[in-house]
Write a new protein. Sequence first.
Length: 244
Amino acid sequence: MAEKNSIYSCLISSISDGKKLLAVLVDPDKMVIENVSGFIKKVNQSIATHIFVGGSTVNINATEILVLEIKKHTKLPIILFPGDVSQITNHADALLFLSLISGDNTEYLIGKHIKAVSKLRGSKLEVIPTGYLLIENGRPTSVEKVTQTKPMSTSSVQNIIDTAKAGELLGMKLVYLEAGSGALQPVPLEIISFVKRELNIPLIVGGGIRTKQQLENAYNSGADLVVIGTAFEDDEAFFDDLRN
Ligand code: 1GP
């Protein structure tokens, strides 16, 4: 059972109240600290409910500096979405403890996690075990490159469903369907709805979502929480479409 008032229990209760959740992903390698306050102001005025912080290749300490700066400007929960152990900082509210279950690279299934333990021992950071599935999107992604794993083919629908379900049966608390940052095509809606139908845990969807229509389509197909990064990086005017 998740602790009362934990990020996870709030997530579960929001979802059971029928709310759809949106996380704005901020990449420490791309965000300039001087721009954080203006950017987060727009996040606060939008329908965003969470801030994710992370990236595939991030300089040491950049995540902590960014998290501390974001915290000055918002009350939204800040959740780490790390590409590596070095991105773990106790200043965030929670950590998606991602296991890349779509691939067979043991380092990303369990190896990095073992290395993270010495950082997490004694820490108050809320750890949320998350099954992470990389789905093909039409072009290679940095997740693929960094993890040296292949994305799952969009034609292997049953395999995607079974992999997500296996994550749940292993005790993971969230499933994340990832098309990859800047994906040409987001995760197909049909896949979102099949996976959602099978799961009893919240479903996160991200990668390549650039319009309000795509966001709504993802929600209508069953995504509980959608993650958007690149669209805001490319054009902050997108926040205007998503005002509260
Ligand atoms: C990437 O799912 C996230 O890990 C968000 O993707 O940057 O394409 O929005 P975008």
